[in-house]
Design a protein around this ligand. Sequence first.
Ligand SMILES: Cc1cc2nc3c(=O)[nH]c(=O)nc-3n(C[C@H](O)[C@H](O)[C@H](O)COP(=O)(O)O)c2cc1C
Length: 195
Amino acid sequence: MVLFVNACIRGEQSRTLQLCRAYLGAVKRAGTVVREVNLEQLHLTSLSAQKVAFRSQLQRRGVYDDDVFDLAHQFAEADDIVIGAPYWDLTFPAALKTYIEHVSVDNVTFHFTPDARYEGLCQARRITYLTTAGSRLTRNLGYDYICALAEMFGIPEVRYVVADGLDAEGVDVDEEMGKARAQIAQLLAEDGIEP
Ligand SMILES: Cc1cc2nc3c(=O)[nH]c(=O)nc-3n(C[C@H](O)[C@H](O)[C@H](O)COP(=O)(O)O)c2cc1C
């Protein structure tokens, strides 16, 4: 199962979503089941003191079947993860950070070793991170952060597709999107999937 974390907040207008659909359409045609978590529709709220306390008392009692852990279990059990997120404010939309607060759960997606190091508990073999940006990027702190998170969660590989410079004057958006689609075709080819 591929878990699609959809942080393309602008929905049908989102160019990042177009890239996600190009990738996931091919994955589905090849017979893989894709489950989507749509963060614009989910309206998660960030962790409050009360929610942290509620979660912590469940964790202390070893109770992990409460609904509050559903997203974390789903993330931990996915075989493969696709994150689609536009480049916002040097990273990604806050909805994605809020989602990460919900999935980052000690003893579900990671745990601490006796010498206080992270050890990942996620099944996924990789994360594919798809994004588009208004400016030309020399670095992407959102992607860097996802790489660090993957390490904490025990996910060995993170792949990256970007169409950048899309809001710059004179840029041929179709051409830039075409280059990103070519990157996608390359990733699919590595998996033996027809684009
Ligand atoms: C709230 C917001 C914040 C943005 N922040 C940045 C930014 O920090 N750097 C940048 O290059 N582009 C930024 N952009 C432009 C987007 O990255 C760009 O338009 C992108 O293609 C939007 O993706 P979408 O079509 O999937 O929504 C921002 C756009 C929005 C709406």
